[in-house]
Design a binder for this molecule. Structure first.
Ligand code: FAD
Length: 364
């Protein structure tokens, strides 16, 4: 059976998941080429900054909802069977406030906050919270079982799984997508996977102008909240958010945040940092059990990541650009982990369609 050379551009959660899925076909030779790799922290690399948890937010009829449905069983399986991947189960408490309807964060979390949500048969142990269980500022709430991923373990684990399947990982910066084949270890490739996230907006041959940053600022602390907590908004502006999640395996607790559309600023805003910590302690006093004060929080670091937003939502499509077949897989905004496997399998399906067009078949 003849071999097909495949280049995956990008080594975020989307590029690595896609490379891993493709590498299971014995007649695909996969090379991942990327400007950033697991271990790097950079404003152009969203994946390390994510919490990352699984809170379904896909709207009715959206691609995102289908991808979240497809992804949960795999994340659940990895959590259950593969502790070395750095995922653990954690109770997820979500609190709605009527006044957040229509705000940037309120729209993002609209489906999440419903008391009869579409994901009631997907996420285990979902129940409506009693009024006595809600923080005083909140009107509604539900709790369900979810996961929190330690991205500092999960991304290297994904890279390791790729290496085990003979994927070549290498550094490279592309200015145009047509350069991708020359980055393959064999010097040529028939299929290119574009997993460049936010930088798809600047990549020659694509330059998707509907892709833009959704800035997120976070703090990582040593304190333990006992459960994940999220509200539908805050009183500090329509684009400021409150979420708390404890990463698996000593990864600390990630506290956010904000969703600032169109903001490329890589620097931590110290005033926002103070508000982030204060809001977390207000909603989850068990973070600071001795004093109830922010000063009890032991900060590991503050950080900023840019979510790869896209006006039309996630793009998983194939396109012929010049002589090259490109499968796009980008635009995962604030939900790249919780849609990663569904996106990777969709990209795989498109890659197999290209092979079929060329009269070849894939071999598992
Ligand atoms: P990236 O991780 O940005 O990777 C893009 C890759 O492409 C990089 O390796 C980069 O170097 C490479 N690249 C780009 N251009 C080029 C080029 N020209 N040449 C070579 N290489 C190139 N999601 C969740 O599911 N749950 C969460 O709880 C969650 N929380 C988040 C919190 C914050 C603060 C942020 C910022 C995001 C959060 N997300 C969350 C969203 C998630 O992080 C993103 O959707 C996801 O990381 C996107 O992955 P990606 O691989 O598409 O992009």
């Amino acid at each position: 059976m003849s071999q097909t050379n495949v280049v995956v551009v990008g080594a975020g959660v989307i590029g690595l998941s896609t490379a891993l899925v493709l590498s299971k076909h014995k007649n695909f030779n996969v090379t991942v080429v990327s400007k950033h790799m697991p271990g790097d922290y950079d404003i152009e690399y969203a994946s390390p900054w994510a919490g990352a948890n699984f809170m379904p937010v896909g709207k009715e009829g959206s691609k995102l909802r289908a991808l979240e449905k497809a992804t949960w069983p795999e994340v659940d399986r990895i959590c259950r069977e593969l502790p070395e991947a750095g995922i653990h189960y954690q109770e997820c408490r979500v609190y709605g406030r009527k006044k957040d309807e229509g705000t940037a964060v309120g729209v993002w979390f609209q489906e999440l906050m419903k008391e009869d949500p579409w994901f009631k048969d997907l996420m285990p142990d979902l129940r409506i919270l009693d009024k006595s269980e809600l923080p005083p500022s909140c009107d509604t709430g539900t709790v369900f079982k979810s996961v929190c991923i330690n991205t500092a373990i999960y991304l290297p684990w994904l890279a390791g799984q790729c290496l085990k399947n003979n994927v070549i990982l290498k550094r490279g910066i592309l200015s145009h997508i047509s350069e991708a084949p020359s980055h393959h270890s064999a010097g040529n490739a028939s299929i290119i996977l574009n997993c460049t996230g936010l930088l798809t907006s600047k990549l020659g041959g694509i330059m998707d102008t509907t892709v833009y940053p959704g800035r997120g600022q976070i703090a990582v602390v040593r304190n333990e909240p006992g459960a994940m907590h999220t509200t539908s908004g805050t009183d500090d502006g329509s684009d400021e958010a409150m979420y708390i999640m404890q990463r698996a395996a000593g990864g600390g607790t990630v506290i956010g945040g904000c969703l600032q559309h169109g903001n490329w600023d890589s620097q931590v805003d110290p005033n926002l940092a103070e508000r982030i910590l204060q809001r977390a302690v207000d909603i989850c006093p068990s973070l600071a059990p001795k004093t109830g004060k922010v000063t009890e929080l032991s900060v590991i670091r503050h950080g900023v990541g840019l979510r790869p937003m896209r006006e039309g939502g996630i793009r998983v499509e194939k396109e012929k650009i010049g002589k090259e077949w490109v499968v796009h897989n980008y635009g995962h905004a604030g939900y790249g982990y919780q849609s990663s496997w569904g996106s990777a399998w969709e990209a795989e399906r498109l890659a197999l369609e290209i092979l079929e067009k060329e009269g070849k078949t894939a071999k598992l």
